[in-house]
Design a protein around this ligand. Structure first.
Ligand code: PRP
Length: 193
């Protein structure tokens, strides 16, 4: 665990402000609302990272006139990184869906897609449950180290090829509650023991 005293000391730079993120979510909401006009929609956030984006997206979709007839929000909790800075590739489901997926128009909501293994695993898992439609939405796309080709219908912002934190993304469970996306200072990692 690092010993930098405050969040401010640990942050190298802001990559996307809270306003940038809100605008991106507004764009994603408009696209999702248009594709589900007059139909029920099940937003499925992938915890923990998507805890903010799923909520903000659900609210933004509800504000779009002529959008879905009903909006359901559910979560799965999946982990592939543990406390490491690189994905292990081994996805563990820590909490499954609580709503039935069969026959639903499902949009998986991810905070970030990096090597793509987590999303690929979830898409296969959910496809096996026979949804009417299965689509995926990612707020921060990090396409530089993809190991698998996963379809993503809704893409918000491009993440730089850095370890990023904030707006749900963590480093050793810290920084999720930053309202913006940030790059950490190198000293944070150099204090890893
Ligand atoms: C992060 C993120 C995605 C996944 C993306 O989750 O929220 O689910 O990694 O990585 P990938 O495309 O390389 O598979 P993480 O396992 O860190 O768990 P968390 O959401 O609880 O932080």
């Amino acid at each position: 665990m690092n010993t930098l005293a405050t969040y401010d000391e640990a942050i190298e730079r802001t990559l996307y402000t809270a306003e940038d993120i809100a605008r991106a979510i507004g764009r994603l909401a408009a696209e999702i609302a248009r594709d589900h006009a007059g139909q029920p929609l099940l937003l499925l956030g992938v915890l923990k990272g998507a805890l903010y984006v799923a909520v903000d997206l659900a609210r933004a979709i509800a504000r779009v006139p002529g959008g879905p007839s009903e909006i359901f929000v559910d979560y799965v909790c999946a982990s592939s990184y543990g406390n490491a800075t690189r994905s292990s590739g081994e996805v563990r489901i820590l909490k499954d869906t609580s709503m039935p997926v069969a026959g639903q128009n499902v949009v998986i909501v991810e905070d970030i897609v990096d090597n793509g293994l987590t999303l690929q695993y979830l898409q296969a898992l959910l496809r096996g449950r026979n949804p009417a439609h299965l689509r995926s939405c990612v707020l921060f796309n990090k396409p530089y180290h993809r190991l698998v080709d996963v379809p993503i219908e809704y893409v918000g912002l491009r993440s730089p090829d850095e370890f990023v934190v904030g707006y749900g993304l963590d480093y050793q469970e810290l920084f999720r509650n930053l309202p913006y996306l940030a790059q950490l200072r190198a000293q944070v990692f150099s204090q890893e023991g």
